[in-house]
Design a protein around this ligand. Sequence first.
Ligand code: C2E
Ligand code: CA
Ligand code: CA
Length: 278
Amino acid sequence: RAGGNRIQVYSDELRVPVQQKIAAESRLRVALAGDMRDTLPVWFQPVVDTATGKIAGAEALVRMRTPGGEILSPFHFVGAAEETGLIVPLGEHVLRTAVEHLLQWSDRLGYVSVNVSPRQLAEPDFVPMVASVLAGLPGFDPSRLVLEITETALLSSAVDVGERLNALKELGVRIALDDFGTGYSSLTWLKSLPADIVKLDRSFVAGLAEDARKASIIEGVLWLARSLGMSTIAEGVEEKADWEALRAAGCPAVQGYFFSRPLPAPEFETLLLNSLER
Ligand code: C2E
Ligand code: CA
Ligand code: CA
């Protein structure tokens, strides 16, 4: 019916992802319409200071609680959130919740770090939204808020990412380059963007103690970051041997299952209290 001179292939397999996407989107709409503290809880994973072994900060990581009580990882809904633009209200919720918790834990936690997707960064309202959150917190040191940006943000050429990051820096917040090393333009990032922290992707970290190439790459990145006045956090530290290798290499901070998985806020609070007593 579509005319001659063509071959069209239909595959049942193609239908599945589409259905999953639609399901993810409708679940997300339901969650955003509900009590988000319940439906979209923000969990926290500690970032550990290598020198002291103490919790320096925490990364906020969103989860979804389904009406059936199941906890879903961002893998199941962040993609759909970005495609539909629902990442904008979701991201604002995560930012506000993360900062709220930081204030609660102020005497025990230095900073909180929040993921910002390329889509959010491209929104004209993003910088004003962050500014209004900060304006609502008189006396709050804005450098205690870290925004994590991935290299893919550079590819969305619709906005000048550098300009946007500069506007954020003017607010006093800090910028971290997330998943560093996995994108197309890691060195371009370092060359041109006003970042404070490099988050070395876990693919360079896992098994580092037994892999001389990974160790060399890490030493190189640590040196580069230091020379540029940036700090480094190694992500995905699962093994003691890897932590020891990172410490020996002078990596200032680490994050990973070896220390703690991301935890619901009450459990993270318990961890904070216990780590002080130690
Ligand atoms: P990410 O920003 O790279 O976050 C780190 C991910 O690695 C988290 O997965 C964390 O649980 C996991 N992880 C931490 N330590 C280890 C480890 O030792 N081993 C392994 N294998 N994994 C580790 P999670 O929480 O499932 O989040 C996945 C991704 O979803 C995040 O990757 C981030 O890109 C995105 N995401 C999470 N929360 C938000 C959010 O609030 N906003 C946006 N835009 N994206 C988010
Ligand atoms: Ca991150
Ligand atoms: Ca990461």
